[in-house]
Ligand binder design. Sequence first.
Ligand code: PGA
Length: 901
Amino acid sequence: MNQVSKTSVSDATPAEAGPDNVLHESLRDNVRILGDNLGRTIANDLGDDFVDRIETIRALAKRGRREGHEGRAALIDYLRRLPESELLPVTRAFNQFLNLANIAEQHYRSRFRRVEDYRPGFQPRLDELFQRVQEAGHDTHSLVERFASMRIDLVLTAHPTEVVRRTLIQKYDAIDDCLGELETTVDQPEHAERVRGRLAELVSQAWHTDEIRRERPTPVDEARWGFAVIENSLWEAVPQFYRDLDNLLLDNAGERLPLDASPIRFASWMGGDRDGNPNVTAEVTREVVLLGRWMAADLYLRDLEQLKHELSMWRATSVLRAEAGEAAEPYREIIKRLIRRVELTRDWAQARIDGEPFSRREEVIETREQLYAPLLSCYRSLCDCGLDTIANGALLDTLRRVACFGVTLTRLDLRQESTRHTAVFEELLDYLDLGHYGEWDEAQRQRFLLDELGSRRPLIPAHWECSPEARETLETFRVIGNEHAESLGSYVISMAGQPSDVLAVALLMKEMGGDVRLPISPLFETLDDLDRAGDVIEQLLKLPEYRGWIQDRQEVMIGYSDSAKDAGQLAAAWAQYRAQERLVEICHEQGVSLTLFHGRGGTVGRGGGPAHAAILSQPPGSVDNSLRVTEQGEMIRFKFGQPGIAVRSMEIYACAVLEATLLPPPQPKAHWREEMDRLAEKAHGVYTGVVREDPDFVPYFRAVTPETALSRLPLGSRPAKRRQEGGVETLRAIPWIFAWTQTRLMLPAWLGSGEAFAGRIESEEGMARLREMMNEWPFFGTYLDMLEMLLAKSDLDIAAYYEHRLIDEPPLVRLGESLRDRLRRLIEVLLKIRNQERLLENTPLIRQAIEVRNPYIDPLHGLQAELLQRNRDADGAISHELSRALMVTMAGIAAGLRNTG
Ligand code: PGA
């Protein structure tokens, strides 16, 4: 039965990487252990012959990598002759192996804290940074103050880029735990044997589980998933991070972080982001807010139960005794009372979710302070009685959790497209016979909105019978008025372009939201809008009525991926930089405190990159001890999915924000700016020339990438397009990038930059300038680092194979050739600027991580192109099995590249 296959699916993986193998032995061992288990599982399920075939495919893929064209032809030939019934299991085998390799890598990274080895750029640790900052002349007390007032908001979003199902993520986490246990059981053979048995069981469970969801998650499912990350990882990681920070401050400054300080907090878009997602309704948002309250109460109850058991001390201050009513065990008494209220709060949330009445409303805990105060009394009393050791244990952890998570776990942001607000006013003014809002110019709109903002009388009639769309938009504003302010974060306006877009939201909030005023965050996400962002905010800040409304605080969101889709990555990056500079300047002039909210995705094309490098490459002055940034899809798992790695991620953020605040990057020199203007203009011209103006481009994109098949992958609750009608322009940035990643052309992130650089490196002066910028300006240096990493993941041969298999119309073939040619030339140019022989020469670990995965990804590409062709031949009516195989190829390639869209 439990026979060992002749070969495992992994037998030689990373170990075979060749003479300059730099992968750590423990990582190689773990990949081998997991691969062996998978091999045995597959052999048990489908037999040795099947495993032999997998092995043949893998050997052919490796030969293909070694020998080039001929070797690849043999692989393709073999794949094309596979019987139809084997396509799904073959894709599954490779996909699962890649996922297991990821677990081993992730495990290695969290255990050995060697993140810096995997990422270009320096990723400091807090203790090292602390020293550097002190050397630069900042005294220790001011550093403690910086941490105390630091505000980092990590905003978890439901962006549909997580391909791995939650049920599998749980199994993968359990596998990771087993790997950890195996490392500590060297001297306990029986225990090690048990762990190995469990590992085999988990790998087998994963193999016998569908890797693709059958149905799309609902927004509430997505929100539950977000809460699960808090429950399973952040709940433990947050106090641990603060404990580390506290110790560091104590050692270096002799001071502790104030008890209620919480430099890092979490916000969420899951259940609040309705932009282009009709499934997120006011009802959903309301339910998610309540679920957050329920979940928070449930988690605190676990803490409080533990505290009730442990805080059995009798020594207490008179203040606490008085509070506890002279009970023999005063701490227990206080905690017991708190437990009763938190239980009641949980019951209240449940009743509201179920739509049932609840009678003891006044006892429900509504605010962070209500939960915090009794715990603080206990803490103070313990400290005052000399029981500091006890106070600074589990009780301090709970206090830190309350400071970070409040009574809602996260603050839920709301996001809606600007046109939806405009549409409400069009309809309303029509109904009230006040004019045609849609036809008014900007000045007219502003006048109207400002007058209404200043008016005491309501504008929207209570019984207005409006369209369902307008009703839905208004209902969302009603949620703002009905829910407690601590539950909600910012109101983000996507595709914002004019001051009236912001004023419209302010007015709707006033009309429907009662007294609650959420920060309004216009999101600038096209090249034009980014260029205008400064003026828009300046105009707004000069309006006294608006200034009164915002109370000297302005939040602005920068959209990385849509601007890159709109203008190409290079031009977008420069526009984002300039917009931020201008915003900082204006807010400074106006005496308004600015929070920049960065809408970054995981991949390079969507503004992704290591947090530290990304933050340090922003304009000086833009990180003023505060940061808001999205954490999306699979990045949530990579950065916060497990406590160990989450602690490290928080440390990286705190370091980066402190460093960018106290040791900001240099102001760009005038000639760097000129250079960037020139490069961006050239790159933008090339990008639009191809993407917008070449009539063959869209047909090429549709024919050669799995774009249409992708929309069937049930990754998230939202549709792939903002609107049903329309072409590539309405396609969201995620599927746009996802599609290009699958064919390895990776076009959006580089198109245009090759020509821009090529024009400059011919002259000595041009080359010298680029190198100066690369070495001295973090913005440009990081841009090149990210470009290089992305180019290392691109693959000309694979891109050519998709074309070969999927298109034969001469103009499309010609376009494909020219695009690949541009990519080839860009790689040459970049290597010249870098003075390197090969890509990622200075970050061999990343290079190797990509190289060792290639023989597992190549067969998936071959099969994907094949399945796309069969799908096309059958007019989209391929069998259910084949359709699943196609989806698995997409998931597998994404796993192999550790990126989706
Ligand atoms: P959005 O985000 O489509 O939700 O605006 C795009 C992205 O993050 O890539």
